[in-house]
Each structure stands twice: as C-alpha cells, then as structure tokens.
Design a protein around this ligand. Structure first.
Ligand code: NAD
Length: 494
C-alpha cells in the first residue's frame, strides 16, 4: 500500500511514528493509501526546517519572492489536469469541480504575485522639523496552516501563497483524508525556485496540530475546518501568544423572496446545495422560502434533483460524487432518518447508488423543516437541502441573523431595494445578491462572522497580507550635530 509522505526541507520523507491513518477511495469504499501520522518530534523537525530557512527567504527581494509565485502559477496551470485528478481520487468530487477549485486557487496565486504593491508602507516627510516617519510591514517568521478535507488544494493555497510572498516560511498540516495534493504543490513550489525548508508538510492529525499550537517557534496559525476545532485552536494558540485566524463551519441560508424568478432560484439552490455533494463551507444548506414562492420553488427543486447524475469522478457524466467517508455518509443519512415532523420530499437514501460500496448518498430535499430540528440547527455537510417557510422578509432575516453561523448567505429577488436592505441588515461575512455561492474574488478577503470565524482578520486578499505581516513605524532624523541639544520634554511635533 502506498504511503503518502511528509515534505521536509525540500524533499518527501517517510513517516516513522508507526501510527497509520487510512486514505480511502470514496467512490469504491476501498483503502487506497495511508499516511503515517506525524509525531511531536517529526512536527518539530518541520518547524526547525522552516525556522532555518526563514532568514534566507526573508532576505530574498520582493521581486524574487513574487517571481517564485509567478513561476508557481505557471506550474500549477500546466499541471491543472493532473492536480484535479488527484484531488478527485481522494476527495471524490468530480474532476470538473476539482478544476474549479484550482481555478480559484490560481487567482490567489496571482494575487500573491502582485503583493509587493500592497506591502508598500506609508511615508510622511517632515512629520516634525527635519523628522520623517515611515511604516513598513515585516514577516512573522514560521507560520503554520491546518486545512480541511473539502478543498485540499485551494485552501492551502489561500494560506501559503500570501504567507510566503510576505517572507514567512510555512508548515502545512493538510487533512489526513486527502493528503496527496499537498506533496504535489510542495514539489511545484520547489520547481518554482522556493528554497528548501521554506515550505514543509506534516501529514497527520491532532498530535501534529497540538505540537504546532504549543511550539514556541510557530508565530501564527491559520486554520480552516469545523467550528469546535476552530474554537479550540483559536483559544489554545492565542493563549500561547500566537496570532490566529480560525475559520469554522457554516449553515448558509438562501432567502428567496416572493418576486424571485422561481426557475433561476431553483437552479441556484440545486447548484449550490448539491455541488461537491454539499461538502462546501459555502454550500447553501437552507432555503428560506418567503410567502407564496414556497410551493412552486420546492416543486422546481425536486424536479431538478431527479436529473442530477450521481457517480464516481471517473465517469465523465457524473455531476455529484460520493461523500468523504463511510462514517460521514452514514451520519448525513441519519438526519433523513430522524426528519420527524419535516417533510422528506426527495430521500437520497432511495437512490440505487446509495446502497453501493462507495460513500454515495443521493441528493435529498426536506421541506417545512422546524427550526429546532437538527436538520436546521446542525451543519450537515452533505447533499441535504432543508427548506424553511417564512411569512415575511423580516422573519427570513431573523432566521439568518439568529443562526449560530454567519459564513455566507444569499438573497434571490428582483427588488433592488430589498436586496440593498438585506446586505445592510444581515449578520454574515459574505453576501450574495442573486449569487448563491458568494466566495469573494482573490483581491477581497474570505471570512464569516459569529461561529464561522475566530480571529480578527479574514483569509487571503488584503487581510491575508495583513495577517502574515506585522507593522513597524520608523521615525528618523539626520540632524546637523551642531544643532544637537538635550531636551527632557515629551517629543513635540509642532
Ligand atoms: P475538521 O475540523 O474535522 O478538520 C480540519 C483540520 O483539523 C484537519 O486538518 C484535521 O486533521 C484537523 N483536526 C481535526 N480534529 C482536530 C482536533 N480535535 N484537534 C486538532 N486538529 C484537528 O474539518 P473537516 O471535516 O476536514 O472539514 C469540514 C469542515 O470545515 C466543515 O465544518 C466546513 O464548514 C469547514 N470549512 C470551513 C471553511 C471556511 O472557510 N469557513 C472552508 C472549508 C471548510
């Protein structure tokens, strides 16, 4: 069986802990590889490698660092098909979907290549007589990223491109469920000219993460994953004095007002609810149908579900793949079994593929979901779309704002005034107006509110650069020694 190795100091190295974690093929239900979970010592070795590389990489000119990003972008683009196929083999999403993940990742690399412009500081000449003041931003040192299974290429790219271009060195702990692509990206960074040690990968689980949290040489942690782990990492690492951005789970509501185009709203709900089998942090998991739009909308969504082709990524006709693991598939199916008073309109468990050896579950639709049902309160992270009926805009808005999560939300309407009011009123970090998956482009930043993000700065874009640098302000004077005198008063500027 194939071992998926660590990446230390510019080369792949086997694990030594003896603790094997399986990597499944979600389409067949069979194990295809394994990682050897990094021990504390192995994780510390990755941090040491990054620490050693830091002074040299930091000293590289901005142009040189940007050039590595340009080259990396070309290499990722040239290997797009191979990377997407690898993502599909371990994650289960279709190759086209994995290609979409990479396309967004490429935008993040392009942003990082242009970062020197945004790393410019300010300069105030003659802030006091003969005194100039200027600001600079400097890298933090060794920073670490801990990433989830659902975007094994894009989310690490969100983090390490900005971190590296700022002059930091990086340790990545990817998801143990689909870890191979991390090694391919590491090798492409090497080919792009990144010095050995500037980027390292430790495969593993909680043990590696706890080591990164506790390690005194790790200056900052970026995390993307579920809310309980995000909260834990934020609390534990900030208690160690580290800078942390920890993005958590979501329950994204799509509000459909009575004036919306029903077919367009149904297309959007199906695309955003079942794309990547609902395993996206920006997936729509709740449709809030306001007033009379409810019945026609549920009928239109139900009609479309019957046309979704569910199958393995190896089938070019497949539009939706399996879930990440058997345990997760069974957990998601359990929500349908316990639907209670809610109306299960389409039960994905009935799809023939759901009883095969792969971790498949057909797309499911549940209507009239009570807001105290686990279907509504939990992040299900699967192809289960819940519909909640609301009588008014105000009731719909209150649902979104009272929810524990505040990642993304969307409103579907033809009324510009209602949309404007929604974007003003709603307590979420990312809002779509007739756009169901409002993932910001790379030159804005990504992040939710409430239990969807712990920390002050969102990920990638301008806030990403801020996260990976710290500011310094220099006040300088080049006086004529003849004018020098002692002055015990407080420094004056006027
Ligand atoms: P997860 O929280 O189980 O794992 C994420 C990472 O944390 C993995 O690398 C894992 O090895 C590690 N980890 C797991 N348990 C840990 C523990 N107890 N202590 C320390 N580390 C631990 O998440 P997942 O199942 O891989 O990903 C799905 C989740 O990620 C969903 O909740 C989804 O909403 C969320 N997500 C959020 C965003 C966002 O931008 N807000 C983006 C993608 C995914």
């Amino acid at each position: 069986m194939r071992e998926i190795k660590h990446w230390l100091n510019g080369t792949a190295v086997p694990g030594t802990s003896g603790r094997h974690l399986p990597v499944w093929d979600p389409a067949t239900g069979e194990q295809q590889a394994y990682v050897v979970a990094a021990s504390t010592a192995e994780t510390a070795a990755a941090v040491a490698s990054a620490k050693q590389a830091f002074p040299g990489w930091r000293a590289a000119s901005l142009s040189r660092r940007a050039e590595v990003m340009f080259r990396f972008r070309e290499l990722v683009d040239a290997n797009r098909k191979e990377i997407a196929t690898l993502v599909s083999q371990e994650h289960g999403k279709t190759v086209a979907d994995a290609g979409g993940e990479l396309a967004r990742g490429l935008e993040n690399i392009e942003f990082a290549a242009g970062a020197p412009h945004l790393l410019k500081g300010g300069y105030s000449e003659q802030a006091s007589t003969g005194v100039d003041v200027y600001s600079i931003r400097q890298p933090l040192g060794v920073v670490a990223g801990i990433t989830p299974f659902n975007f094994p290429a894009m989310v690490p790219i969100w983090m390490f491109c900005n971190a590296l271009v700022c002059g930091n060195t990086f340790v990545l702990k990817p998801s143990e469920k689909d870890p191979s692509v991390s090694l391919m990206l590491a090798d492409l960074l090497r080919q792009a000219g990144l010095p050995d040690g500037a980027f390292n990968v430790v495969q593993g689980d909680r043990e590696a993460v706890e080591t990164l949290i506790a390690h005194p040489d790790v200056q900052a942690l970026s995390f993307v994953g579920s809310t309980p782990v995000a909260r834990h990492i934020y609390e534990a690492a900030t208690a160690q004095g580290k800078r942390v951005q920890a993005l958590g789970g979501a329950k994204n509501h799509m509000v459909v007002l009575p004036d919306a185009d029903v077919d367009a709203a149904a297309d959007a709900a199906v695309s955003a609810g079942y794309g990547s089998a609902g395993e996206r942090c920006m997936a729509v998991s709740v449709v809030v149908a306001v007033g009379a739009v409810g019945d026609p909308l549920v009928a239109a969504i139900s009609d479309r579900i019957g046309r979704i082709a569910v199958g393995p990524a190896s089938d070019p006709a497949a539009e939706m793949g399996p879930l990440i693991s058997r345990e997760h598939r069974d957990k998601v199916a359990g929500y349908l079994a316990a639907a209670g008073a809610a109306e299960v309109v389409v039960d994905g468990r009935d799809a023939p593929i759901s009883s095969g050896p792969g971790f498949f579950l057909g797309a499911s639709l549940v209507d009239k979901v009570p807001t105290d049902s686990p279907l509504y309160t939990d992040e299900i992270f699967g192809p289960v779309l819940s519909v909640v009926r609301a009588d008014s805009y105000e009731e719909a808005l209150a649902l979104v704002n009272d929810n524990e999560y505040g990642n993304g939300t969307a409103i579907f309407t033809r009324d510009g005034g209602a949309a404007r009011r929604f974007q003003y009123d709603v307590n979420c970090g990312m809002v779509g107006v007739n756009v169901p998956v409002p993932v910001p482009v790379a030159y804005y930043s990504f992040g939710g509110w409430k239990s969807s993000l712990f920390g002050d700065l969102h990920m990638y874009g301008p806030e990403g650069l801020q996260f990976y640098t710290r500011g310094k302000v220099v006040t300088s004077r080049w006086p004529d020694p003849a004018t020098s005198e002692i002055d015990l008063g407080f420094p004056k500027v006027r």
